[in-house]
Design a protein around this ligand. Structure first.
Ligand code: FNR
Length: 182
């Protein structure tokens, strides 16, 4: 029988083309076992600003919102990799999350979260804030699937590869913890 492979959806909190976080996410995608399918959502910028007036049953769903929700619904696990902006979660990522508070796609969803920053604290404040938001939405974040990566511009090479043994070990633990939670 042809069984469907579990889908892991990667979401980068950076819209920048040469983003460290997006490159790191691709790298992690390559670490996934062959038993899962890894896809990236790459269109957070298409989402309109969240407005509860547009989030009602009788209002026609915006196409970008529909696609965003459908991709989350089709996923069995999520990995979010984000920079920190001004000591917080980037607005485009927070906006995307606001669109799924009431529709509930994150409820019970195994979710790994990473903040990667060139700064020594690795964007830990944004990671903490993201944790609060996702827990409020009832996402499941395994202990080893939450990670701040400092000095990320050195850790993630221009070729998108990570070679630092300590970081590789943490990423490996994160991938294992997420797959166990699926
Ligand atoms: C930043 N950056 C940053 N870094 C950090 O660790 N804490 C912060 O509060 C901020 N604030 C901030 C604000 C703005 C407006 C910018 C443009 C940048 C630096 C940020 O971590 C760095 O640019 C990363 O390389 C961004 O991630 P990507 O786009 O490379 O994935």
């Amino acid at each position: 029988m042809n069984q469907r492979r579990p889908v892991v959806l990667g979401i980068s909190g950076s819209l920048r083309k040469p983003s460290t976080n997006t490159r790191l996410l691709s790298f992690i995608g390559g670490m996934m076992p062959e038993t899962v399918a890894f896809h990236m959502h790459d269109d957070l910028a298409a989402l309109p600003h969240f407005n509860p007036d547009l989030d009602l049953d009788h209002v026609q769903e915006d196409e970008a919102v529909h696609t965003w929700r459908a991709q989350l619904k089709a996923a069995d696990a999520i990995i979010i990799c984000t920079p920190e902006y001004a000591r917080g979660v980037p607005g485009s990522l927070k906006n995307a999350l606001d669109w799924v508070v009431s529709s509930g796609e994150f409820v019970g969803m195994p979710t790994a979260i990473i903040s990667a920053s060139p700064h020594p604290d690795g964007g830990a404040i944004a990671l903490h804030s993201l944790t609060l938001t996702l827990k409020m939405m009832s996402a499941v974040i395994p202990d080893e699937a939450s990670l701040s990566i400092p000095f990320a511009s050195k850790i993630v090479g221009a070729d998108g590869l990570v070679t630092d043994p300590g970081t590789l070990s943490l990423l490996n633990n994160l991938v294992c913890a997420l797959n166990q939670a699926i």
